[in-house]
Design a protein. Structure first.
Length: 347
């Protein structure tokens, strides 16, 4: 079962034979090997469960030894012991099964992690002893004569040929597993590259959107600054009006003083001047209120300017974070590209 670690790499410990080797291809190779070498063969996973069909299994094993529960249990125990020893050493292991036949187990591994084994053999290196096999037949509960006839049909071969056969299975099966694993890694890296480029694309789109927001904020900021300028112009106009009023007030005050001096007790002219002065004073008060109102507008406009500046800063920070993310993704893409290059050059 294909699983990934937190860093995105493949979890080797979870891989199975079917993940890295085409079972149909393995079956074809196994069948041809069994025919060419006149030996039986079957491939099992790391739990001992067959993943291929048996190739060239003998009548002695299929129809006699494994036909009873006792015989089948003994076969399973023998295969388990052979497989465990092969798994321990990660090398082909040749052994004699409980029924006296020569078998072997060739481990299939990826970077020292066992994913299964190819079991083979069901041959003899010497003529079988009849008494020995009559006893085995009795022990497992099969017909003695049929058992003797079946064992006499077992292929006789040499230890050198058995060793060579085990080595061939070991080399070919592990070459297939390594090639399949490298292909799986390449596929995983390619997928990671595609995912990273998708993330980069999404991040760049986010950057583009943020840039538009920055532009809009800058436009709003410019508009508010223009507004402040216009209000300042209005204030200057009002201040000019206040200056004119002050000048008139001064002149009226002077006229009132002259009139008062001339009239003596009859200061009616002074009364008129005083009335005008009060009117001008009221006008000055109203002007001051207008100045206060405009000052409030200025404050509001300044507040909006500050708020816009904060929004611009926040957007800039988001852009900075997005740029950092793009940089990190690009670094990962670069590393993966280097690994792909190394694999392509068999480094």
């Amino acid at each position: 079962m294909i699983k990934k670690l937190a860093n995105g790499e493949l979890d080797i410990t979870a891989l199975e034979i079917k993940d890295v080797i085409d079972i149909n291809l393995l079956q074809t190779f196994q069948d041809n090997f069994a025919t060419a070498m006149t030996m039986s063969s079957v491939t099992v996973d790391k739990e001992g469960t067959p993943v291929t069909k048996p190739s060239s299994y003998t009548n002695f094993c299929m129809n006699f030894t494994q036909s009873t529960k006792v015989g089948n249990d003994r076969c399973a125990a023998s295969h388990k012991k052979g497989g465990e020893e092969a798994a321990r050493t990660l090398k082909p292991y040749i052994y004699t099964c409980h029924a006296g036949l020569i078998d072997f187990a060739a481990p299939i591994s990826i970077d020292d992690h066992l994913i299964g084994s190819i079991l083979g053999g069901q041959v003899l290196t010497s003529v079988p002893e009849e008494a020995k096999y009559r006893k085995i037949a009795t022990d497992i509960g099969v017909n003695e004569e049929g058992y003797i006839d079946a064992v006499n049909k077992i292929v006789l071969t040499t230890e050198e040929k058995i060793t060579a056969a085990a080595e061939v299975l070991y080399i070919v099966a592990n070459s297939l597993s390594q090639a399949g694993y490298q292909k799986l890694k390449l596929s995983n890296m390619s997928q990671t590259l595609a995912d990273n480029f998708s993330q980069i694309s999404a991040t760049m789109e986010e950057l583009s959107s943020s840039s538009i927001t920055v532009t809009n904020n800058q436009h709003n900021l410019s508009d508010e600054i223009v507004n402040v300028k216009n209000i300042s112009t209005d204030i200057n106009t009002i201040l000019d009006s206040i200056k004119s009023i002050a000048d008139e007030t001064k002149m009226l005050g002077l006229n009132a003083a002259i009139e008062a001096a001339r009239a003596g007790d009859a200061g009616r002219g002074f009364g008129v001047v005083a009335t005008e002065i009060r009117a001008l004073s009221q006008n000055s008060k109203e002007t001051a209120v207008k100045i206060l109102s405009l000052t409030t507008k200025i404050q509001n406009s300044v507040d909006k300017t500050i708020e816009t500046s904060h929004a611009t800063l926040e957007t800039t920070e988001q852009q900075s974070a997005a740029i950092q993310e793009v940089t990190a993704n690009l670094m990962e893409v670069t590393t993966l590209s280097d690994e792909l290059n190394a694999m392509a050059n068999n480094k």
